[in-house]
Write a protein that binds this ligand. Structure first.
Ligand SMILES: Cc1cc2nc3c(=O)[nH]c(=O)nc-3n(C[C@H](O)[C@H](O)[C@H](O)COP(=O)(O)OP(=O)(O)OC[C@H]3O[C@@H](n4cnc5c(N)ncnc54)[C@H](O)[C@@H]3O)c2cc1C
Length: 436
């Protein structure tokens, strides 16, 4: 029997049994069979979602990774059509030597094409290019035993509902995306540390619009005057240089340790050292694209360091009008609780609309950070939820394992349109939790 599948946070503990098709033509029978035998199913990409949105209510999923063939590429126009199980890393391996890069990439290259569309993922250039869905030219959607071609002009209702549609409208079998041209695979970045949240907002206002990419790392344990201190990074594709695919060997966490290796002591030491290691004056750095976009991908299965109980990520976005005040409150509460992890990421999102019905970003500031799963986490999350709610913000379903149905339905009023278009044979633990 194949190994059980989990979400990236390994929480909630709902192991999934995978059912794979070798060929696209086999998918209609497989979908019908699995959903009939187990009452429901769900497409599963590469399990890089943290919470329960990639977990089927029946605990039987359609494993899409085996559908990993390229269908058509056009290096004049920079378009790629591929099966939905192809990963972003596989696309980059092909596209970079030809002088093309993903228009939008999340912080992992191990997401699949189907998964990136279904969560309408965003990256460090949201302020310039919006979400992944904006660069999707079209895709095939299997539902009712037929594959529907969907684009902005063909079956547009299914196109909009499937982008950010959490795998509920059907199975994406293939997709075509638009890439952006690059001259080199390196990234030129400017790095500077900042002392508090106010400085983050002024750096962001000054620098974001001048650079393709912008992101900040935050020390979530800093308190008082130092709340929100961190390291600000902006970057652009280099104007000259080689077009090299990064092929450095990856490290691996081979086993799940019996206890989480992340605790307050290790966290405090890491955050302190990291912040001090960065320059107080702006510094120019040239690096490969992997360390810039995907620092965590270097360590395969790093999620295991959180031990058998796993972890949750909390990602919210707060509208511009309330962002600074609400972020101060949120970061203050996290620091007071002494919880949180190495990975607090702060980023301003822009106002480019997504074609997706249930897309997460809105014009404002997004915060994402990981928390080891333990008692006492839920009360903290509920406290943070109240701040997010009052500030008019929302949480990201791709990362979520706790949001209340009331909060979800208020924050995503288009959920009923998605529910109306949901393929009844597909359902996730997330969707059941927030809509029933
Ligand atoms: C280290 C790390 C960094 C990350 N950084 C970011 C970031 O910067 N921005 C961001 O937005 N996200 C980020 N993510 C989240 C990740 O990019 C998304 O969760 C992505 O959707 C995962 O893709 P997947 O292929 O693993 O899909 P899964 O996690 O397996 O599934 C995700 C959703 O897609 C659906 N799905 C998968 N395949 C198909 C298909 N063929 N047809 C229809 N539906 C399908 C599933 O049903 C599920 O609802 C990060 C994750 C990690 C681990």
């Amino acid at each position: 029997m194949s190994e059980s599948l989990y979400s990236w946070g390994r929480y909630p503990d709902k192991p999934q049994r995978g059912h794979a098709a070798s060929w696209r033509d086999d998918l209609p029978d497989l979908l019908a069979e699995v959903s009939k035998s187990h009452t429901s199913t769900l497409p599963y990409g590469n399990g890089r979602s943290y919470g329960d949105s990639c977990l089927s209510t029946s605990n039987h999923v359609l494993q899409m990774r085996s559908l990993d063939r390229f269908i058509k590429v056009d290096w004049q126009l920079g378009t790629v059509c591929a099966e939905a199980g192809v990963t972003l890393a596989e696309i980059l391996t092909l596209a970079i030597p030809q002088g093309w890069f993903l228009s939008v990439t999340p912080g992992t290259q191990f997401a699949t094409l189907g998964g990136a569309i279904a969560n309408d993922v965003h990256g460090k250039n949201h302020h310039l290019r919006g979400t992944f869905g904006r660069h999707v030219l079209g895709f095939g959607l299997l539902r009712d035993r037929e594959v529907w071609t969907c684009s902005a002009t063909e079956n547009a209702h299914l196109y909009g509902a499937t982008i950010g549609g959490l795998g509920l409208t059907g199975v994406i079998t293939w997709a075509c995306i638009q890439l952006i041209p690059i001259c080199a695979s390196q990234i030129n970045s400017t790095v500077v540390r900042f002392d508090n949240l106010k400085e983050f907002f002024s750096l962001s206002a000054e620098l974001d619009h001048r650079h393709e990419y912008s992101v900040a790392w935050i020390d979530c344990l800093a308190k008082g005057e130092s709340i929100g201190r961190g390291v600000f990074i902006v970057g652009d594709h280099a104007g000259y240089g080689a077009l090299n695919v990064d092929k450095r060997n990856k490290l691996n966490v081979p086993l799940i340790p019996p206890l989480s290796l992340i605790n307050n002591l290790s966290l405090r030491a890491f955050n302190h050292t990291y912040w001090h290691a960065h320059p107080s004056q702006r510094k120019q750095v040239r690096s490969g694209y992997e360390p810039f976009f995907y620092p965590l991908d270097r360590i395969l299965q790093w999620n295991r360091v959180y031990g058998p109980r796993g972890f949750q990520q909390y990602q919210c976005v707060i509208p511009d009008s309330a962002a600074e005040v609400a972020m101060r409150e949120i970061l203050g509460a996290i620091a007071d609780a002494g919880q949180g992890s190495f990975l607090a990421v702060l980023k301003r999102c822009g106002d480019i609309e997504s074609p997706g019905l249930l897309s997460f970003p809105l014009p404002g500031t997004s915060l994402a950070l990981d928390f080891p799963q333990k008692q006492g986490l839920l009360p903290l999350f509920l406290y943070l939820d109240r701040i997010v709610h009052e500030a008019g913000g929302r949480l990201y379903p791709a990362k979520d394992a706790h949001m209340s149905g009331v909060d979800f339905r208020r924050a995503y009023p288009a959920w009923e349109q998605l529910e109306a278009l949901r393929d009844p044979s597909l359902n996730s633990h997330f969707w059941k939790r927030v809509t029933e």
